[in-house]
Design a protein around this ligand. Structure first.
Ligand code: SF4
Length: 364
């Protein structure tokens, strides 16, 4: 078992904050962390069992692999079957199940040319090294990764590297929060807002959460002290009855975000609708490549269309991502679905809630 006190960055301060939290809490609080890194941080720190039991921890939609729709995986597999195409992808997409449970790992075993890369620059290099092939980078991720991918498209244009393409299935976080909040059965009382995505966005895109839905949101770091401080802010806001967006993570996130990164992102991408696993189509929640850069758009260059792919049978990832179900309540959890044999993407990614529950053996 984990030694809880060892994993605290400042055990004394954590203890104080926890006591304060127990004292201040006067009604149940269901908080959702939007980002998978927080899910893991909360488990890893050992914080979860120490929280007052009236504080319910929900996992949110913020694991990029988890929200990759079945039809998007179908498009990856479609591309993997084409001649003279090399796919370049981050490793965590390899095992994400698509139609009939097929994934990129299987396609690779069957002979598809798929390279795992650590940055889009590696994919650019692949394109340079393979001038007779088309290298397609699978663009999956949120506002955190999209600016880097945009920069790689700009570089490809400068270098006239036209055998480099990007399949952009990037997604934007704030529109997903809006969908959760619009749901009449919304289960979320407050949001722990993502640290990394917010370094790009700053506070502005979240204000509607507090203003329109009277729901607190705190941009939070990844240490236990960060999380406890943020929970206290939420509890205080609820007591005062006045919700606002707070930046608790000022040491890493500027209130105004990173304007330069946003500028690069929006010089290459337009905002468009996108499909989210288990949630469906969300307007203005995705990024498509602008006409100006269309020669680098895999959708256009390789004639890829998204087809209707039914939801993976039995998988409750959508309910989990919306905070309506705990992973352990999914009938397949730890039975038909394990990290070794994942049925849904939430069990694949290390940032996925189902994988975190499995690893930390949360059964109820
Ligand atoms: Fe989907 Fe598996 Fe999670 Fe169930 S346990 S929601 S099948 S990923």
């Amino acid at each position: 078992t984990m030694n809880v006190s060892d994993s605290f960055k400042d055990p004394e301060l954590c203890k104080k904050l926890l006591e304060q939290l127990h004292e201040e809490l006067d009604s149940p609080l269901r908080f959702m962390e939007v980002c998978g890194t927080h899910t893991v941080a909360i488990f890893q720190s050992g914080l979860r069992p120490l929280l007052p039991k009236e504080i319910v921890h929900l996992s949110g939609p913020g694991c990029p692999v988890c929200v990759t729709h079945e039809s998007e995986v179908a498009a990856f597999l479609d591309l993997a079957g084409k001649d003279n195409v090399i796919l370049a992808t981050f490793g965590d997409l390899m095992r994400v199940p698509g139609p009939k449970g097929r994934n990129l790992k299987l396609a690779k075993a069957e002979g598809a040319r798929i390279e795992i890369v650590y940055s889009p620059l590696d994919a650019l290099k692949l394109a340079q090294e393979n001038p007779n092939d088309t290298v397609v980078f699978l663009g999956v991720g949120f506002e955190t990764t999209a600016p880097t991918i945009a920069a790689s498209i700009q570089m490809a244009k400068q270098q006239n590297l036209t055998n480099f393409k990007v399949l952009s299935f990037h997604k934007l976080v704030p529109p997903a929060l809006k969908v959760l909040l619009e749901d009449p059965d919304c289960a979320v009382d407050a949001f722990l807002l993502p640290g990394h995505v917010s370094t790009i966005l700053g506070m502005e895109p979240y204000h509607f959460v507090a203003e329109r839905y009277n729901t607190p949101g705190v941009i939070t770091g990844f240490d236990p002290v960060d999380i406890l401080e943020s929970l206290l802010i939420m509890v205080e806001q609820r007591k005062n009855g006045k919700a606002s967006i707070v930046n608790q993570y000022k040491r890493a996130v500027s209130d105004s975000g990173n304007a330069k990164a946003r500028e690069i992102m929006f010089s290459v991408f337009n905002i468009a609708e996108a499909q989210w696993r288990g949630v469906g189509t969300i307007p203005e929640s995705g990024l498509v490549i602008k006409d100006e850069y269309e020669e680098f758009d895999a959708l256009k260059a390789l004639d890829i269309t998204l087809t209707d792919v039914p939801q993976t049978p039995g998988c409750k990832c959508g309910e989990v991502l919306k905070g309506k179900m705990q992973p352990s309540d999914c009938p397949l959890f730890a039975k038909g679905c394990t990290p070794a044999k994942p049925v849904g993407p939430c069990m694949v990614s290390t940032e996925g809630s189902c994988a975190a529950y499995f690893k930390y053996q949360v059964t109820a």
